[in-house]
Design a protein. Structure first.
Length: 170
């Protein structure tokens, strides 16, 4: 996870990351909200051809999945890996470009893909055994051992104030 690595190296004081399995005892965190991810594919992809029928798990496992990760297989979030073959990218924009090129399917943020679904540029994949949408919580994280600068402290204070008034929602 690139953001968490920069945090541990001390090159950044705060990072915004999706929730991760387990807790790193070196870090503190503040839950900041959630993001809905939607499974999408280009209209010409084999998974789009299956839309009249829900996509079977066996077919999904054989299709390339494109996902944001740190560049090594362990860098992918295990909750999101559904295919035997996958490519890792460094951003959602890069992932989207590969999906648009018809090179695989991906879970992408709903605000990014909703206009593309509406226009027909991508198709939402429908799975036959589970939802094709995944909600992940978003956390602000920082290292317990590193003092926060004024800007980071004020940002966290402001976020806590916002969350007291209106807690993060799913």
């Amino acid at each position: 996870m690139p953001c968490a690595c920069c945090l541990q190296e001390g090159t950044v004081q705060l990072a915004v990351v999706f929730e991760r399995p387990g807790i790193d005892e070196r870090e503190s965190f503040l839950e900041a909200g959630s993001q809905l991810l939607v499974a999408v594919v280009a209209p010409g992809h084999v998974l789009a051809q299956e839309q009249n029928l829900a996509v079977r798990e066996e077919l999904l496992a054989e299709q390339r999945q494109i996902m944001v990760g740190s560049g090594r297989p362990q860098g992918a979030d295990p909750r999101m890996v559904l295919s035997r073959r996958f490519w890792l990218t460094d951003s959602y924009q890069a992932t989207l470009e590969l999906v648009l090129a018809g090179l695989g399917w991906a879970y992408l943020p709903q605000p990014l893909v909703q206009p593309l679904i509406a226009s027909g540029a991508v198709t939402e994949v429908r799975f036959n055994n589970m939802t094709s949408r995944l909600r992940l919580w978003v956390d602000l994280i920082w290292m317990k051992s590193q003092p926060l600068g004024l800007g980071a402290r004020r940002y966290l204070e402001r976020m806590r104030q916002v969350f007291r008034d209106e807690p993060p929602r799913a």
